[in-house]
Design a protein around this ligand. Structure first.
Ligand SMILES: [Zn+2]
Length: 310
């Protein structure tokens, strides 16, 4: 059984096999989205049925507003520091995503509290290239967006690098919401020579590998951890809310491919349940990660990860 220790109010760490996992929260709060907006087609009955699981960490039953976090999972594996997803970033203009626009968070201080300076990061994994997963790829230095992690290799899914290029945005479902993202958070790290793109799968080291999980975006990926008999899946945006643990047919309003998103989520849940793999999504507040089990023909929560609640 993994154990957790709290390093500061916003940083907790646990160990799985030879890998240390630290949660670094950028943002965790009530979102402006009601349940029917964030999860189209979800019913009040579904939310009420799971109220004991969801309220208050994941949903405010009085207002029907959802709660959402952005966070990085920082891994120490084989002597290297790996940052999975980089949040929304500071000072970025997102005209159609006001919740992520012109943020001014203490993300780098939280990273430092976890013992990680910008220069210490060896690998950055962007599970996909949405605004809230690549934000801290760069920061504003004077008038220029420059790489936040100057010594890192940034691993990006090749399919998403093409798909989200500004020349192609008009072909996407959610392209207008991803406005400016490539220009301020992807192109500068490409120009700095720090990006490695990958397809099919990618072995990070003896504990970690990237696998495709398309749907949310065509290049969406998950990081599999296997170490010392322990397993985990860093699931990016295969799910956005805890309600999807019990109602995995529900999609968020941000999927590029609805059926693909459901299929990748179902595949990941089946793997996690059958292998007792902890699931670490990008956006869960509360305890942030969980173990899932099969219940009848579906799934249910086995336990939350032993992180402190947000
Ligand atoms: Zn996201």
């Amino acid at each position: 059984m993994p154990t957790a220790r709290t390093a500061s109010p916003q940083v907790t760490t646990l160990r799985l096999g030879d890998v240390e996992i630290t949660r670094v929260i950028e943002f965790s709060d009530i979102s402006p989205m009601t349940t029917d907006v964030f999860f189209p087609g979800s019913t009040p009955e579904e939310w009420r049925r799971h109220a004991a699981l969801l309220d208050p960490d994941h949903w405010d039953a009085r207002t029907d507003l959802t709660r959402v976090a952005t966070q990085s999972w920082v891994l120490r594996s084989e002597g290297r520091v790996v940052v999975i997803d980089t949040g929304a970033g500071n000072g970025k203009y997102r005209p159609l995503q006001p919740i992520w626009s012109y943020l001014d968070t203490g993300y780098l201080a939280s990273l430092a509290a976890a013992g990680v300076r910008r220069e210490d990061v060896d690998l950055v994994v962007n599970t996909h290239l949405h605004d809230d997963h690549v934000g801290w790829n760069t920061y504003l230095d004077g008038r220029d967006w420059v790489p936040t992690f100057p010594n890192a290799t940034y691993l990006m899914p090749a399919i998403d690098v093409t798909y989200w290029h500004p020349d192609n945005l008009h072909r996407t479902q959610f392209g207008r919401g991803n406005q400016n993202v490539y220009e301020d958070s992807v192109q500068p790290v490409i120009d700095a020579g720090l990006v490695t793109t990958w397809e099919d799968s990618f072995v990070i080291d003896g504990n970690l590998r990237l696998e495709p999980a398309p749907g949310h975006t065509p290049g969406s990926a998950v990081v599999h951890l296997e170490s010392g008999g322990e397993r985990a899946v860093f699931a990016g945006d295969l799910l956005h809310g805890a309600i999807q643990i019990h109602e995995p047919h529900l999609n968020s309003c941000f999927e590029e491919d609805e059926e693909g998103a459901r299929a990748s989520r179902a595949r990941m849940f089946a793997y996690a349940a059958d292998h007792r793999a902890l699931v670490f999504p990008a956006h869960l507040p509360g305890q942030g990660a969980f173990e899932i089990r099969r219940e009848g023909s579906g799934f249910g929560l086995a336990r939350w990860a032993p992180f402190s609640r947000t």
